[in-house]
Write a protein that binds this ligand. Structure first.
Ligand SMILES: Cc1ncc(COP(=O)(O)O)c(C=O)c1O
Length: 435
């Protein structure tokens, strides 16, 4: 079947069927950081399937572990026990920071976020005797597409016409988006006003019964927004003083993406609840909510169950995925290759006024394009143009951000320095063509 026929079928039979943002490319296979389409054309993948494929495509060890598990058992139910499920939960307790020891498995990031909120509210009820009336999230954030996860998401572009996404108990604090500061101040002279403001937010905008503060330690969909180093610890401290828990949404930042196993390690904070997905299994449908022993105490069987959570095949694959991450030192490689990438992007920023800002950690990098360095008018069409142009040249990048003008570079962590060099050259060519 030709690419055209496959694209026609997908457009006709899959919802949503519109092709906005979609390249007319049909992929057949992948190996490490390279994807191959049905016509045999190769692409260096800096898109990472929305920052998912951390160990790369089709690692032979993961393929083997899945194949072996498929031949043994796929699924029972939570009424019984499974080997890969318990081994994976133990591994997560070993690699997550602080006291995060108990895992609840689900199938998608949004579900992991929903359960994080549910746990925080139950904790407030059982430990503080109140219902935990509010959850505070950040403007510009993204937490998923289910009802509560969308309510937490601090961007209205995803919510148009959907009143189901309005939850009265969700309040948004200003994002630590220094390039477009809420207060039009500059770090560090700003004295971290966005962080200290949350004290007022709790005082004036909540009932005083905040169950939790949730944040992505580094924003993904919002445009690779990296907060100042001390931002998170200041904010989390304020919330803790008010009895609220900290939920880290590490769905995009986890498993080596930022050069640390988890991004909270960059900012010296210990979450009470962590939501993970994506890089946990480099593309198998598994996600998890991981909590401290203290938080775990508030949940009993009747409080949660999901039919597919902890499925044996995906748990076996996820476990081997983490083993590969650790043994092939991909977290360290993410930090080192991220520095190489960042240096090259910095050079491009000197050359092209279209680049307003370059930011990120590890292999979670963003290039914000603007039409004017002073007004910072977002260059959304230009970003899209670069995305299309680079795909033609055999490099896949993603575009995102609150204004749709951030080129997102989130390749598999096994990307080589040679491949990074090629990506930078293609980006240089694409920027030159636009200038
Ligand atoms: C930070 C963050 N949270 C939650 C989600 C939702 O995950 P899923 O699409 O698996 O539901 C995403 C997805 O992009 C994400 O980046």
């Amino acid at each position: 079947m030709s690419s055209e026929e496959i694209i026609k079928k997908q457009t006709r039979y899959i919802l949503p069927g519109d092709t906005t943002g979609r390249h007319p490319i049909v992929f057949e296979k992948g190996k490490n950081a390279v994807l191959t389409d049905v016509n045999g054309k190769e692409y260096i993948d800096c898109h990472g399937g929305y920052s998912v494929t951390n160990v790369g495509y089709c690692h032979p060890r993961i393929v083997k572990s899945i194949q072996e598990q498929v031949a043994k058992i796929w699924h029972v139910s939570w009424d019984y026990y499974l080997i890969p499920t318990s081994l994976l939960a133990e591994k997560l307790a070993q690699i997550t920071p602080g006291n995060l020891n108990r895992t609840m498995f689900v199938s998608s990031g949004a579900e992991a976020v929903e359960n994080a909120v549910k746990l925080a509210k139950k904790y407030a009820f059982k430990k503080r005797g109140r219902g935990g009336a509010e959850i505070v999230a950040l403007t510009g954030s993204f937490h998923g597409r289910t009802s509560y996860a969308m309510a937490l998401t601090g961007q209205n572009k995803y919510k148009q016409g959907l009143s189901t996404y309005v939850h009265p108990g969700v309040i948004h604090a200003p994002a630590p988006y220094c390039y477009r500061c809420f207060y039009r101040l500059t770090y560090p002279e700003c004295g971290l006003q966005c962080a200290s403001y949350v004290e007022n937010l709790i005082k004036y905008e909540t009932t005083g019964d905040v169950a939790a503060f949730i944040s992505e330690p580094i924003f993904g969909e919002g445009g690779i927004i990296v907060p100042p180093d001390e931002y998170l610890s200041v904010v989390v401290k304020i919330f803790k003083e008010h009895g609220a828990l900290y939920i880290a949404d590490e769905i995009q930042t986890g498993f080596g993406r930022t050069g640390k196993m988890f991004a909270v390690e960059l900012f010296n904070v210990e979450p009470d609840i962590m939501a993970v997905a994506k890089g946990i299994a480099s593309g198998l449908p598994i996600a998890a909510t991981i909590v401290t022993d203290e938080v775990a105490e508030v949940f009993v069987s009747v409080d949660h169950c999901g039919t597919y959570g902890g499925n044996a095949i995906v748990c076996a694959g996820a476990l081997e995925n983490i083993n590969v991450l650790l043994e092939e030192k991909l977290v360290e490689k993410s930090a080192q290759r991220g520095r190489v990438f960042m240096e090259g992007l910095g050079e491009l920023a000197e050359k092209y006024p279209l680049i307003g800002d370059v930011r990120g950690r590890g292999l979670m990098l963003g290039v914000e394009l603007v039409r004017d360095q002073k007004t910072k008018e977002p260059a959304k069409e230009e970003a899209n143009n670069i995305r299309v142009n680079m795909a033609k040249k055999g490099v896949l990048v993603n575009v995102g951000g609150v204004y749709g003008n951030v080129i997102r570079l989130q390749p598999p962590l096994c990307i080589t320095e040679e491949q990074i060099k090629t990506v930078l050259e293609r980006l240089d060519d694409s920027l030159k063509a636009l200038s």
